[in-house]
Ligand binder design. Sequence first.
Ligand SMILES: NC(=O)c1ccc[n+]([C@@H]2O[C@H](COP(=O)([O-])OP(=O)(O)OC[C@H]3O[C@@H](n4cnc5c(N)ncnc54)[C@H](OP(=O)(O)O)[C@@H]3O)[C@@H](O)[C@H]2O)c1
Length: 310
Amino acid sequence: MKAAHIKQYGNIDTLIVGEVSKPSITASQVLIKVKAAGVNPVDFHIRNGMLKDSGTHELPLVLGWDASGVISEVGDLVTGVKPGDEVFVYAPLTEQGAQAEYIAVNADVVAIKPKSLSFIESAAVPLAALTALQALTAHGQLQKGQKVLIHNASGGVGNFAVQIAKHLGAHVIATGSEAKKDFIMGFGADEFIDYKQDDFEQHVKDVDLVFAAVGGNNIVERSLGVIKPNGRLISLLDEIDEQFAKDKNVNYARMLVEPSKAGLNKITDMLESNQLKVTIDSVYSLDDAKQAMIKSESARATGKIVIEVS
Ligand SMILES: NC(=O)c1ccc[n+]([C@@H]2O[C@H](COP(=O)([O-])OP(=O)(O)OC[C@H]3O[C@@H](n4cnc5c(N)ncnc54)[C@H](OP(=O)(O)O)[C@@H]3O)[C@@H](O)[C@H]2O)c1
């Protein structure tokens, strides 16, 4: 089958679009004929070798862990889904990816795709929306009436985070660049800070939660100063010392998004009731997977990048 894959770790030149073996399934897996696959920063981090020394992956490795498609085979122990079902999934990063004609994945992380969304829109959702949901709820414990600062509200994760935080009844302060202000405010953010012009510390204090959906520029450590005593700080990228945060009276966690069928079902409810909208930055063919990854690596996307497979 055709797939965007690597045979060695390294820069963008290691990405190949070409033939790899079609996967076979175990008793607990389903085979999905992929219609579209999402593109996320973790794809190029893994290509660069983020998990190289963990022994997790075998090469060749198919990249991309978000997919929408149609189930073509189910394992003997699988219940609840059947061939022909239209599904979407954030597949485990420890396994083969989705930028391919087929992906084999454990049935327990696969959810029925939102009916009101196309396959392309559905492929844009899983990893980014699950990250936003898990960051704000399980990790951030955001409650109605609380104040949250979301760093990077224009990226794939951040625009879902603004919408989910508003859905939870929070007051949302969002950062982005001036050119993306209307886009961010359009999702209901209450306040906007231009990260290129302003230091957020000058405008924000006493928030209950900071969600850092971007790294660099000491953003995580600097955020400690704008959080209420016993407030929370969730980082997606950069790490700080946990004890250092504790000494400042902040509950800090560097999170890693988990695959979750239940989470996807919650997100589907929000999408189907128009409480959550999907923004597609760009769509590429599988042959152009390299261009899609270059766009992702530029960190300039507004919303999500998707590869249309079939
Ligand atoms: N730990 C996890 O489980 C997990 C899960 C998902 C993502 N992540 C990480 O989280 C980060 C965000 O992911 P993503 O998919 O949302 O990325 P993305 O879509 O590539 O983000 C692109 C956006 O970031 C904005 N941006 C860049 N620097 C910024 C800054 N300093 N402040 C505010 N906005 C800024 C850009 O706006 P401009 O073009 O206007 O600059 C652009 O719109 C990535 O680093 C990713 O690796 C981690």
